[in-house]
Design a protein around this ligand. Sequence first.
Ligand SMILES: Cc1ncc(COP(=O)(O)O)c(C=O)c1O
Length: 356
Amino acid sequence: MPRPIRATISSAALKHNLDIARRYAAGSKVWAVIKANGYGHGLLRVAKALEAADGFALLDLVDALRLRSAGVNKPILMLEGFFKPQDLPFLEKYALTPVVHSLAQVEMLKSSDLGGQIDAYLKINSGMNRLGFAPDNVLLAWNSLREDPQIRSVTLMTHFADADGESGVRGQLDWFNQMTHSLEAPRSVANSAALLRYPEETRAAWVRPGIMLYGCSPFLDQSAASFGLQPAMTLSSEIIALQKLQPGERVGYGFSYETAGEMTVGVVACGYADGYPRHAPTGTPVLVAGQRTRIVGKVSMDMICVDVTGIEAARVGAPVTLWGDGLSADEVAMHAGTLSYELLCRLAPRVPVVET
Ligand SMILES: Cc1ncc(COP(=O)(O)O)c(C=O)c1O
């Protein structure tokens, strides 16, 4: 007898969101970013729904091989490239495009026999200071790749630190252009935020949207719905118990919530072991039988308490939406002090997934 919780993944929403990304991309090719198990939606499920993408971007070699075994023959971009010399033979064999971001990788490539040709991305550090070549080493890395007969093509890329924030993309874009102006190569710079907010400046040969494909917004100040995006994941459950409380009664671990008046509390089969954020405070929105209300007290491992006072339909078995259809994961994440990215990719393996 399974618990009533489930995640419903809508392939129609994924396809629809890819269409929106394509509209913004205006002719650029689209890497669908499907790392972290397709942002929690399921790697192969997402790859199938997004089969109209021009290629898939991810991190793990094992995931790339899973895609190839499932018959995916589109380009695959390895966002962190390769890690050890032992990884290199897989690149040519499985037609994977590594991101080369460090001199250590350049050295590994130089001393390897790939057994054929591969395409590569050269990552430039334009200010985020995470991965990529600093100005002093860009030419060295570029020349090394261009002179290597095993490298068929080089695309230049960078990643924005604050395309969703106040800094925007201008500073990093100028820096990237300055560092690469003498290099003849296709480029790829845009993540979802850059594509949605700065499409003209950042669409290039390829764009790399992630979060928007899953129907969430990269912005704190602009909703996914305002871009026409549809949530791809709905986390839902049911009420499994009701408590009728008097004023001054307390709810949950730590007795952290105390009722001001009479209150009916619904107990929902969903907790932090399902991926619901433990830090979501009293007041975090939830839908009960389609009606918006709030959680009260502490989130526990398997249950959440919600205020269902005055909600007629809130009986045992009533449907509850934690996020997704009708309640954006962005909004829930904001209450919990995190981002929808984290909610989506933390969906627990124990939650049954239903595909629509
Ligand atoms: C290099 C790179 N490109 C693109 C993306 C997609 O970003 P987003 O999900 O914000 O669109 C990511 C995600 O972190 C990334 O690391």
